[in-house]
Design a protein around this ligand. Structure first.
Ligand code: KIV
Length: 337
């Protein structure tokens, strides 16, 4: 990866805040050229899903190269059983929130089921919404030979496309469930052939999901574009995980795939913390005075007089009333920050 700034508008001046932390600590915005350069130099590419402003801000601050607004939002955020129900409007909505939270990561919006499969012209219009309305840098779509026309049309319109092969969750019914793909020699060859054809159609990168390590390695070595794996072993050019899986945010009882490594148990932390809050509400130990606001004493006296909760406001009387049996001074009352 070049250490010059020549591909940024800032030219050779100081690097603007941004760019995912590479070994160089470079923080400039991530571009396709930089991702390709990473592959050429054998530097791993990091990607994570994000679905809203805070998840994007956390992931960007952690230095990820790429953020994917996955249609997995349907499962992990909206509670659907599959990715199929999420709509184009919902994907654009979530992508625009993510765009507001990222600083430098390259932002990819996932095209939802039926927004690109039926017709290439409709696919271009749907893809365009991610860039025009949501400030994404690229779109991702699932499939091989069946989507080549759509990929060519979208790329011709100037919109970068990321492909997605292997386990393609939008085709879960055709695949008879969420299973590893490319385990037979024919299946593996099909994945490699389709990867090469997607590259010819113009994709700038590929996701490979749930394929054997060796197959993914062959694909990554045969294509020039970066191959980002999820459940695809360690021979690919980069790795992606679903945000909620990596951070243990799935509600109790939701099964997480074998390829997930959990880097935190935020769901458990959230339940514990919320339990403490709820308990302190029950015990009436929340809020404390320090977590509350006080009214100036004079205003409080006048207010209570106005609503008939104390004798009419006569300065001498009220001061006497206020101080009697009280530790407060005449100017009285608890003064909260
Ligand atoms: O929707 C998604 O989160 C994805 C990743 C699993 C790559 O497509």
């Amino acid at each position: 990866m070049s250490s010059s700034n020549s591909d940024t508008p800032g030219g050779s001046g100081p690097a603007p805040a941004g760019y995912a932390q590479g070994p160089s600590g470079d923080r400039r915005p991530v571009t396709i050229a930089r991702l390709l350069e990473k592959k050429r130099r054998g530097l791993p590419i990091s990607m994570i899903t994000a679905y809203d402003y805070p998840t994007a801000a956390f992931a960007d601050a952690a230095g990820f190269d790429m953020l994917l607004v996955g249609d997995s939002v349907a499962n992990v955020v909206l509670g659907h059983k599959s990715t199929l129900p999420v709509t184009l409007d919902q994907m654009v909505y979530h992508t625009s929130a993510v765009a507001r939270g990222r600083q430098t990561a390259f932002l990819v919006g996932d095209m939802p089921f039926l927004s690109y499969q039926a017709d290439a012209t409709e696919a271009v219009k749907a893809a365009g919404r991610f860039l025009k309305e949501a400030d994404a840098d690229a779109v991702k779509l699932e499939g091989g030979d069946g989507v080549l026309d759509a990929v060519r049309a979208i790329v011709r319109a100037g919109i970068p496309v990321m492909g997605h092969l292997g386990l393609t969750p939008q085709s879960v019914s055709m695949l008879s469930g969420y299973r590893v793909q490319g385990k037979t020699s024919e299946g593996a060859k099909k994945i490699l052939d389709e990867a090469l054809r997607l590259q010819d159609a113009g994709v700038f990168s590929l996701v490979l999901e749930c394929v054997p390590t060796e197959v993914a390695g062959h694909v990554a070595r045969r294509v020039e574009v970066p191959v980002i794996g999820i459940g695809a072993g360690d021979q690919v050019d980069g790795q992606v995980l679903v945000f909620h899986d990596a951070l243990g945010l799935a509600p109790e009882g939701v099964r997480v795939p074998k390829f997930v490594r959990r880097y935190a148990e935020l769901g458990r932390t959230a339940v514990e913390a919320l339990g403490r809050f709820r308990g302190e509400v029950d015990e009436k130990t929340f809020p404390s005075a320090a977590e509350s606001f006080a009214m100036p004493a004079g205003e409080l006296r006048r207010f209570e007089a106005l609503i008939g909760d104390r004798p009419d406001d006569d300065d001498d009387d009220s001061d006497r009333w206020f101080m009697s049996g009280s530790t407060f001074g005449a100017s009285g009352g608890t003064q909260m920050p």
